[in-house]
Design a protein around this ligand. Structure first.
Ligand code: HEM
Length: 367
């Protein structure tokens, strides 16, 4: 009788603890989203990151013989309109040592789509949960193209992520490899729960450019344009425009799956830890072809969301601010930031295109 009472009390205590953790996570996410929405998206008319980019449109086809478990959204041979945006995070200068990105939506609309996915260069991330993401944001302390000095000194894991992710002077956005990093749900026709990571590669096997190997020769925090580098502030976007006009740009979207199990190590969800490619091979999901680039206004209006996904491919639940899945929880709760950015254009007008001038190593408009 007594033991029953104790165990019931224990269960209530644990339940209360879990609910408190979830409430703290919700407050954390809402506070963060509101700060971004008010002080970045609305006030400065900028994205939280990745402001320097170019969008394009084309068509995507799910492969004819998928080698991954069936999912109705990825039905073989199915075609979708596709809009992508390539960007450099987060400076307004293509010649700086930046993380590069591709974001994809299965739609030609700037906002609506049944499936969006955002990816950066580098297989590993620079932060691993809501707490480390907030530290990452607050310790940026950027000045004249130098940033994250304190963050990288305190968190060596962030150093590994940065080393793998920055691309200095790539010849094109097109030949880089891009990773979603965080895992998402994959609940296919067989009803077996799996987790999915995505990546994008050029369709043909091309050498990835801009990958740095001589890390002892420069300071990772110093992302400034190299002295006497002849490349202009917009060289990557011009190259992409030219490439698409002449030959288009073809890519492959791939998936990596992990079958869920009750005794899964929580590290499965840690976006700093890669899944072993021998046990978790990459499979082609779709091939897509970009046929035209969009102008500055349309590119800037284009936005992506982790909420634009079928439920069976969506964000995994998070239990606390320390849960690895809290990263995607923050993203899912940051819709207000995207809406505030769109509203800011209506109220204050569109931000101007990045000029080809000598104002180098800048992070935002007005610097
Ligand atoms: C490893 C995880 C992450 C990846 C790979 C990622 C990737 C990206 C990319 C590629 C973009 C630019 C999209 C574009 O071209 O418009 C972006 C924008 C953005 N991300 Fe992340 N991100 C991650 C984590 C987060 C987290 C944790 C948050 C927290 C809220 C967040 C919030 C945002 C916001 C607010 C924008 C700007 C949205 C807009 O104004 O359109 N991201 N992210």
């Amino acid at each position: 009788m007594n033991t029953k009472k104790v165990s019931l009390l224990q269960a209530i205590w644990i339940w209360l603890g879990e609910q408190t953790d979830k409430i703290i996570l919700w407050i954390y996410a809402m506070f963060f989203a509101l700060m971004i929405a008010v002080f970045v998206s609305f006030k400065t008319r900028q994205r939280m990151s990745h402001n320097n980019g170019i969008a394009g449109e084309g068509w995507l086809k799910i492969v004819d013989a998928p080698e991954f478990p069936e999912h109705p959204f990825f039905e073989k041979g199915k075609q979708y309109p596709v809009r992508i945006r390539h960007a450099s995070a987060t400076y307004l200068d293509d010649a700086m040592n930046c993380i590069r990105s591709i974001s994809i939506k299965f739609s030609h609309h700037h906002w609506h789509s049944p499936f969006d996915i955002e990816m950066n260069t580098g297989a590993q991330s620079l932060f691993w949960n809501a707490v480390s993401f907030l530290k990452f944001g607050s310790m940026r302390k950027e000045q004249y193209g130098i940033e994250y000095v304190e963050y990288l000194r305190r968190y060596p894991d962030g150093v590994d992520g940065t080393k793998g992710a920055v691309r200095r002077d790539p010849t094109s956005f097109h030949n880089l490899h891009y990773y979603s990093k965080t895992p998402f749900l994959f609940l296919g026709t067989d009803g077996i729960k799996r987790y999915a990571k995505y990546r994008v590669l050029p369709l043909e096997n091309e050498e990835q450019t801009g990958v740095e190997h001589r890390f002892s020769e420069f300071d990772l925090c110093n992302q400034r344009v190299l002295p006497f580098d002849p490349r202009g502030r917009n060289y990557l976007k011009y190259e992409y425009e030219d490439r698409v006009k002449k030959q288009g740009a073809k890519y492959r979207l791939q998936i990596q799956l992990h079958t869920a199990s009750d005794d899964d190590d929580p590290e499965v969800f840690n976006n700093m830890v890669l899944w072993d490619e021998r046990s978790h091979p990459w499979h082609d999901v779709a091939h897509f072809h970009i046929e035209k680039t969009l102008d500055w206004k349309q590119s800037t209006m284009t936005t992506f969301s982790v909420n634009n996904m079928p439920k069976t491919l969506g964000v995994l639940p998070a239990k606390s601010i320390y849960d690895y899945n809290s990263l995607n929880y923050l993203r899912a709760h940051s819709e207000i930031a995207r809406k505030a950015r769109m509203l800011s254009y209506k109220v204050f007008g569109m931000v101007p295109p990045i000029p080809d001038n000598d104002n180098r190593n800048v992070s935002g408009w007005g610097e």
